[in-house]
Design a protein around this ligand. Structure first.
Ligand SMILES: [Zn+2]
Length: 57
């Protein structure tokens, strides 16, 4: 599997953390999964607050 460098458009190994041509640093996948989880938790909490506000009214 290969991925394309967004900086110089060369095909680099999927597991590579940096582009061997231009040195572009690819974002870590584990990090983006963490961000998705945090966003989902925030959305869930927002919904929970809204439901609680409706109950209190
Ligand atoms: Zn590159």
């Amino acid at each position: 599997m290969a991925k394309e460098c967004p900086s110089c458009a060369v095909a680099v190994d999927d597991k590579a953390e940096t582009c061997y041509i231009c040195g572009y640093e690819f974002p870590r996948q584990k990090m983006s999964i963490k961000i998705v989880v945090i966003v989902l938790v925030l959305v869930f909490l927002g919904m929970l607050v809204r439901i609680l506000m409706n109950v209190l009214d």
